[in-house]
Each structure stands twice: as C-alpha cells, then as structure tokens.
Design a protein around this ligand. Sequence first.
Ligand code: DAV
Length: 391
Amino acid sequence: MYLDTATAPAPAHVAPSVRPPATGTSTESRCVVNSHNEWDTLEEIVVGRLDKSVFPQRHPSILGGAPKDLYLALLLLGGRKRRPRKVFVEPAAKELEDFVRLLESEGVTVRRPEVMDHSRKYGTPQWKSKGCVTACPRDCFLVVGDEIIESPMSWRCRYFEPHAYYQLFKEYYDQGARWTSAPKPPLRNTLYDKQYKIPKQDEPLRYVINESEIVFDAADFIRCGRDIFVTRSNVTNLAGINWLRRHLGDGYRIHEIETLCRQPMHIDTTIVPLGPGKMMINPKYVDRSRLPSILNSWEIREAPKPDKVRGGLFNEVGSMCSVWLNMNVLMLDPQRVVVDRSQPSMIQFFKDWGLTPIPCSLKFLGPFGGSFHCVTLDIRRKSTLQSYFQA
Ligand code: DAV
C-alpha cells in the first residue's frame, strides 16, 4: 500500500528550494552528515552506549514492543538503581566495544553519545519517569541526506535520551549539517490505551498508542534514497508518518509496509535493504503479496529462521526484542555486511547472495534494545541522493 494521504501542501517553512526535485541524481555532498540509504560506503557512524542504564519502568507503552514476560518482570526490575552489572551490563558492554573496534578497523570513524544517568527521575507537569538506556541512536534520530531529524518518541523513559547526543550534533551542525526536531509530544495519558493487550494471531492488529499526538521512532523508517519505507507500529502512528512525509516534501516518497507482527516496533527486523535491488524480508512479518508494488523491480528474499543462541541474552531472558534480531545487520558498503556470529544460517544466506559477511557478536545486547542496526546511526556514507525504483 502506498499511503500517499498527505496531499496537503507543504507548510510554508519548508522552502521548496531546500529539497531537490523528485527525479535525477544530486552530486556528492561534502557535508559531514550525508547518508541517503542503508548501504553506501560507510565513513562515520554513532554507536550507542550502555553506561548507567536501568530497565524501563513499567508502562503500557512498553508492552507494545517488549516480550510479555519481560513486561511482567518490569514490576520488579523497572527503574532499579542500575541494571545488574555482572549478568547484563559487562558482557554486553564488552561486545559493544569489540564492535566499535571492528568498525574502526574497517576504516569507519566512530562517535559516541555522552554518558547519561538513566536512574534519575524527571518529569513534565503531567507525569514522572526514569530513563532507560542510550544504546540505540537509530530510534532517536533519522538522518536524511545532510539533515538529522530528532524523533518525537512515545516512550516516556526515552524523553530526554536525545540530550546525550546534543553536543555531538551541535558539532555536526557547526560544520554545516541541518538539524531538526519534530514537535516534542506531551505524552499525556490520553495517548495510550491502558487496557492494551497483545492481539492474538487471528485478531486485527491494534496499537497501544492512538493518533492524539504526533509520534514516531526513527527506527520504523528505512531509507532507500528518494523512497523511504515505514511500518506503523506501537511507537509510530499515522500522524508521525504524515509529519515526516510533509517535512521531507516532494523529493521523497514514504511507503507503508504492512506487518503481521503482533507487537510491531521498528522496521529493521521486518524489511532490510542490502543494496540497490536487494531486499531481505521477514517471512513471519511480511506477506509478499501485500508489499508496495514499487518493490516489484527488486529481488526479494526471505531471511532464514534465527539460529538458537547459546549462552547469551540475544533472544532469551531479559531481551527487549524478538528472536528476529538476526536480521538487524549493518551494511558497511553494498558488499560487506556485519552479522551476528551466532547466526550461521544468516551468514550462509549472505554468502549465497554474493555478499561478504563480517561476523561480530552482539548476543548480549537484546536487553538493551537491539543489534548492529539498532545500536548505530550512520552519519556519513559516500552517498548521493538517488531513485532506485522505476515509476
Ligand atoms: O523484532 O524485536 C527490534 C528492533 C529494535 N530496533 C524486534 C524489533
């Protein structure tokens, strides 16, 4: 379905001259922030951090994306002073540092957010919360060309997380990047369905958030040049999708991917572009016959089922994510793909498709919200703005 519902004219502050026209190829940007897709040669990236994190306090919104057992356990674990170090933090932090070293050894500049103490209480006039973790910059920001767009996130425990990136992005801004924030949502009680229950397989999909505020997580969007794909989810509503559509204007098309996932949150275990013309899809979440027709000219392959992970929390106790983190890979260029070492089926899948897998391990990162794609935000790729689809 191509949801082109935003027929309203772009608001006056989006000067038409800012956005390139919908056809043609722009010349390469020299801007420090420059990334149009998920696969061009990576030059600079932000990797999150795990310091001073806590499990989120229990709130209906969390059930929209986290396994039910963890949600129940949050009654005990949520907001604790710190996450248990030995079991959760140390093994994951070591893996994350190894991942950083791998990226650097592949020639990528890695930048990090500041340490933020997530155990501190904060609030607005309407509510109070503690934080969560600074692991996943992918959720907080969308980079589109030379612009960093801050997401209006719907989890109260993430309200101030973008502050950990402020100094870094101020630096990029000073060097010429554009830097925007969607309107900060008040996150009133009326946004959430307090009675929300995970829909059963035969029930229609329903969401824990409604349309009363404009919210999205950037990780519900995936970029393929002038075409951007999105899943509506428990953190991204239609108002959020339409805000981005209007903000980006006529130079971009945003296509909705329907998901069969019962608790949709973030597109990066649903469809994953691996280069121009190559799309990996989740066979459990995607009905191929319902994909937007624009994808007809691309080769679509189903991701292999996740291999069982031993000795890690990748998809076991305490994970915030589904087992499909095996799909949450990071492209270093159209050839090289960073993939979890614990996933031999996925490694073979990439080899069969002519790619060069680079095994690395983030099997302890599940409790912090994701894997290689989630814990990163590409800042600069050797990239120009292009159309990769006919029509
Ligand atoms: O399948 O649990 C997790 C992706 C997090 N960015 C999943 C989605």
